[in-house]
Design a binder for this molecule. Structure first.
Ligand SMILES: NC(=O)C1=CN([C@@H]2O[C@H](COP(=O)(O)OP(=O)(O)OC[C@H]3O[C@@H](n4cnc5c(N)ncnc54)[C@H](OP(=O)(O)O)[C@@H]3O)[C@@H](O)[C@H]2O)C=CC1
Ligand SMILES: O=C(CO)COP(=O)(O)O
Length: 335
């Protein structure tokens, strides 16, 4: 079958974008990679020294110098596939000046694990509604995988989801390496919402740790979290899915327990008494779950799924509820 993807633009300059660049350029399937980031100084540094100065700086960047730019429109127009990798809260800003025509005939991949604020849409819905990207041309990269472990070439598994599983299989073949294995799925909604929710549960896990709960309680929290996640994705998009698969349970586990998790680290700081603002300032990175829990409250107005863990995190982050008191209340609702 004719190859559909030949030229890929990665949109974003953070850790996960850097890790995606590494995977795509370590993989030997023929393709050309372009890289957009908003930070001109960082782009200049990468062009001169071959390393991202701000994120995963040990990774050697093998993108041709002339393919790294801050001009997104030009890069999109040169590509047949666009991989979105900025945090959801900044996606609209990153796409300023880009029109539906720019995306015409292109494949779009989301490596974002968040909800677009105000629109309260997952990335597939947002790209479909605002940029007329058909769900048949849309893919999601997810699964339990921290950028830091990709940098260390630790064996990791990614799930590529699309309605068009032949397209997902083609894209997956461009990520496989000695240290990356890929799984193909057709569950865009479950994969996107699963990734959004696990970030919120990782914040809950961090908060619990921060206020002093131990491993025994953590495991009860996470076993309740996977049931809450399943209730929600089944309500939004009821298909036959096994929530124990790596894209759902696996991603929840790695984010809730890993030392590398931004969401867990952020929650831990909040549990220890940092304000939301000071925790955010302390981290050079973005905890998507902070934005997502606010959007999710809105989305769930349609579905009314019982979500006590999300509600507790929302109350702590947005209503200034005491983490210790909120977790004590939550503990009464877990089983
Ligand atoms: N890191 C990981 O292991 C994984 C991350 N993801 C997902 O990838 C997405 C990107 O996250 P990640 O790469 O980790 O991000 P990081 O936390 O590593 O970096 C933050 C990114 O956000 C950008 N940013 C910060 N503030 C602003 C702002 N005000 N306006 C515009 N952009 C801003 C930064 O740009 P700048 O450098 O120019 O400030 C940078 O690109 C998220 O949805 C995340 O959930 C998914 C799987 C794994
Ligand atoms: O999605 C991730 C791991 O699969 C990354 O999670 P964090 O953003 O919490 O680091």
């Amino acid at each position: 079958m004719l190859k559909q993807i030949n030229k890929i633009t990665i949109v974003g300059g953070g850790s996960w974008a850097t890790a995606n660049i590494k995977m795509l350029t370590d993989n030997t399937v023929e393709k050309e990679i372009f890289w957009w980031m908003r930070n001109a100084q960082a782009a200049e540094h990468i062009i001169n020294f071959g390393h991202n100065p701000n994120y995963l700086s040990s990774v050697e960047i093998k993108v041709p110098k002339e393919n790294i730019s801050c001009d997104l429109k030009q890069l999109i127009n040169q590509s047949d596939c666009i991989l979105l990798n900025v945090p959801a809260a900044f996606l609209k800003e990153a796409l300023t000046g880009i029109t539906p025509e720019d995306f015409e005939g292109k494949k779009v991949v989301s490596a974002v694990k968040g909800i677009v604020p105000d629109e309260n849409q997952i990335i597939g819905e947002f790209m479909n509604e605002k940029y007329r990207v058909s769900f048949d041309d849309f893919m999601v990269i997810s699964g339990p995988c921290h950028a830091e472990e990709v940098a260390l070439e630790k064996l990791s598994y990614l799930t590529i989801a699309s309605q068009d599983t032949a397209l997902a299989t083609e894209f997956a073949s461009m990520l496989n390496t000695r240290y990356i294995k890929t799984i193909v799925s057709d569950d865009i909604y479950g994969t996107e919402y699963g990734a959004v929710l696990k970030n919120i549960y990782a914040i809950a896990s961090g908060i619990c740790h921060g206020v002093g709960y131990g491993d025994n309680f953590q495991s009860v929290l996470i076993s309740n979290a996977i049931r809450e996640l399943e209730r929600f994705v089944d309500a939004v998009h009821p298909i036959d899915r096994d929530i124990k698969e790596s894209a759902y349970l696996g991603d929840l586990l790695v984010t809730a327990y890993s030392q590398f998790s931004r969401n867990r680290t952020f929650g831990n700081m909040v549990g220890k008494g940092y304000t939301v603002k000071s925790a955010q300032l302390e981290m050079n990175m973005i905890a998507e779950g902070y934005y997502a829990v606010n959007c999710l409250q809105q989305v769930n107005l349609q579905y009314n799924v019982p979500m006590p863990i999300c509600e507790a995190v929302y109350a702590i982050l947005y209503k200034k509820s005491s983490p210790a008191a909120e977790m004590r209340k939550l503990a009464e609702k877990l089983s």
